[in-house]
Design a protein around this ligand. Structure first.
Ligand code: AN7
Length: 367
């Protein structure tokens, strides 16, 4: 027994010795929690920062491109970071129910964390515009789901009204605890790289996440002196680009349904991020999104279409980069969230319904 444990300790690298406790426990000092906060966690956070050789080469100029793959959170998106905080605080406040409007990922995370914490969850979604995987999650995790004949913006308007008049806690990114939880992704990037990237490329819908990252980088720069802050590059889909055009888009359209949002609630905060970081907001077409989605998959990283907007945006801006830049593209959600999109948009060789004989298969494979 003794010998076995010795061997185990030897072959197990140091960083696996300690179990990751979830982001609230890991970053407690920097979050608005106390010993009285009942922490509702699924051990979210600590997602990999993956170096991409292919995308680095594609960008050229000795650029190093990393992917912050937040699709590896417990419910498959970055929303878990905010939701562990929002649900823990709702529970601390004695709340019994939470509500959100969602293009899908928020509803999945809200449903999971609410159920885990013993709270009821209600989610309002735009009928027909939530990817299958996300809908399946909300159904399974136990939310009460209401789909409306309207888009996300309309759904958000309703839940905002509702939550201000009834004892239901709103867990969309207007909830400040969401932003607090999500800022930890910036901490992780700095912890992994040892510095902040030159650019952070990120998709924007309601612009809660870009707000959270910027807060995270700024807070970390107070702890880690000499931390150079990144330029924040936010990307929206062309048919759904209210922050790029500085308007309200009445009927937002894009195949990246996660970011099919025409009136972002964090508009003013996002503008501040852009100004403070000397960043830029730009749009990418659905075609550019799908191209990037395919490039990522060939790197072995399957994200959902909205997430690929960060890489599509980077590709568009490659001539603006200084030599030897370090870039982080945030991949906000897992590709499995939207299987329909993958099935419709690939160039795979998929030979169907073959006669099941060895000879036939050998011939088909070209040997
Ligand atoms: C994969 O789930 O708004 O700019 O209701 O699911 O912080 O809004 C999702 C947003 C990017 C945009 N990538 O983040 C929702 C929802 C993915 C997303 C965004 C979302 P924000």
């Amino acid at each position: 027994m003794l010998l076995l444990s010795k061997i185990k300790n030897k072959i197990r690298p140091n960083y696996r010795k300690k179990k990751w406790p979830g982001l609230i426990n890991a970053y407690k000092k920097y979050l608005p929690v106390s010993s009285k906060t009942p922490i509702v966690t699924l051990n979210e956070g600590n997602t990999p920062l993956i170096f991409s050789q292919k995308i680095s080469e594609l960008i050229g100029n000795d650029t190093k491109v990393y992917l912050k793959y937040d699709g590896l959170n417990p419910t498959g998106s970055f929303k878990d970071r905010g939701m562990t905080m929002a649900i823990s605080k709702a529970k601390e406040e004695g709340s019994e129910a939470v509500i959100c409007a969602s293009t899908g990922n928020t509803s999945a995370a809200a449903a999971a964390y609410a159920s885990r914490g013993g709270l009821k969850s209600f989610v309002l979604i735009p009928d027909g515009f939530v990817a299958q995987g996300k809908l399946a999650q909300a159904l399974m995790y136990g939310a009460e789901i209401i789909s409306i004949q309207g888009n996300f913006d309309k759904a958000l308007e309703i839940v905002r009204d509702l939550s201000s008049n009834y004892p239901i806690n709103l867990v969309n990114s207007v909830n400040p605890y969401r932003i607090q939880g999500q800022k930890t992704a910036a901490f992780e990037i700095v912890d992994d790289l040892g510095f902040a990237p030159d650019w952070l490329c990120i998709p924007m819908g309601n612009a809660g996440n870009i707000t959270a990252y910027w807060l995270g980088f700024k807070e970390y720069s107070k702890i880690k002196r000499n931390l150079k802050l990144p330029i924040m590059m936010g990307f929206q889909a062309e048919g759904s680009a209210p922050l790029v055009k500085n308007i309200i888009v009445k009927n937002p359209e894009t195949l990246a349904t996660a970011i099919r949002i025409g009136n972002p609630v964090n508009r003013e905060k996002a503008k501040k991020v852009k100004k403070e970081s000397k960043g830029d907001f730009q749009s990418v077409t659905d075609k550019e999104i799908i191209d990037a989605y395919k490039i990522l998959a060939k790197e072995g990283v399957f994200c959902e279409p909205a997430s690929a907007a960060s890489v599509a945006g980077l590709i568009k801006n490659k001539n603006r980069l200084k030599k030897q830049s370090t870039i982080v593209c945030v991949l906000t959600g897992n590709g499995l969230k939207d299987p329909d999109c993958a099935i419709k948009n690939n160039e795979a060789i998929f030979r169907k319904n073959l006669e099941p004989s060895l000879d036939n298969i050998i011939k088909t494979l070209g040997y």
